[in-house]
Design a protein around this ligand. Sequence first.
Ligand SMILES: Nc1ncnc2c1ncn2[C@@H]1O[C@H](COP(=O)(O)OP(=O)(O)OP(=O)(O)O)[C@@H](O)[C@H]1O
Ligand code: SF4
Ligand SMILES: [Mg+2]
Length: 372
Amino acid sequence: MNTPTGPAVPGSPGGPPDGSAAPGEPLLSVRGLKVHFPIRKGVLLQRVTGYVRAVDGVDLDVGRGMTYGLVGESGCGKSTLGKAVLRLVEPTAGTVRFNGVDVAGQSREGMRRLRRHMQMVFQDPLASLDPRQSVESVLSEPLRAHGFAGDRSRRVRELLDLVGLPAGAAARYPHEFSGGQRQRVGIARAIALNPELIIADEPVSALDVSIQAQIVNLLEDLQDQLGLTYVVVAHDLAVVRHVSDVIGVMYLGALVEEASSDELYAQPLHPYTIALMSAIPIPDPEVEERRRRILLTGDLPSPVDVPPGCRFHTRCPFRQPTRCADESPDLREMRPGRKVACHWAEEIAAGAIRAAASAHDPTATEVGTPSS
Ligand SMILES: Nc1ncnc2c1ncn2[C@@H]1O[C@H](COP(=O)(O)OP(=O)(O)OP(=O)(O)O)[C@@H](O)[C@H]1O
Ligand code: SF4
Ligand SMILES: [Mg+2]
């Protein structure tokens, strides 16, 4: 789905960031990214007593015009990863390169200019929109801030048209819109400066199911028209499957599996992905009857206390003594385009290692379901 990048915003200073991207280099390249939030105790001294390892060593690449879907249970670090890419939170370690530019090396002004090219769409459109600002004002603000020299009202009307809202919407206020319309305003604001990358954090999970498809279709249409590159964060595997070229599955701050959308769904390789997939009902009644749900024992560990060895071993129905508890598996390329962080992925795929009986015990808990 490689598409050319969209045209520069007319009348706007500065084209694409002056990167040194090598030919074929992904638009976004993340290496060893960590975000550890310190936990402080004490009134005066504020001693650091530990760290929330929200993002704990992530590598990923997103090619131009592609959509990278990021899924995982609540609290696994998806939003923090998205924010760290845009430096809305400061990474503790690792690098983020955008179009060949080292994001961490940017000054405040450099970062301000770079953000024009990297925008975020949030889950709750109302929370991210100022209720006292009209839509005209919401959409004009980024144009003003980045010195857009053209006719701002005209650009606002153009943006409304792009996201399927009538020109009259400009004079209205966020609370006058439905959830789906507010998300359209949020998307219009994100594309106002013609960015290259959009990180959409749960863009449809606050919306009614009937509206979700409309917003997903809008994001896809805009991608085709404007040559956008997306990182889409979602709980909902169905949403991610529909829009993504590549999917990364996150568990406790790390990627445990990465594959093309079709391959991941055809054959999940990591035990955590296998459990996630086994929770999804299959529309075919005959296949559905044969579906075996893999249940996970034990609670989701805290990111303050990430288990040693394989971070999934405390809940993994396939775990083996003693390597799983002792040795941390790297995210490795098991076959071209398929990455997995499991010592035993080959044996599990071949059926030589099976899920423990307790994985089918009705007292065990279902893995955090996509829409939880
Ligand atoms: N500013 C912060 N300070 C301390 N801990 C934080 C901060 N922001 C996030 N966390 C913690 O980091 C972990 C990851 O949070 P994050 O919001 O990235 O998860 P998520 O995968 O987006 O979850 P959800 O699906 O619920 O949105 C959580 O344990 C969260 O409590
Ligand atoms: S390395 Fe072991 S504990 Fe980790 S996912 Fe693989 S089988 Fe499970
Ligand atoms: Mg989140």
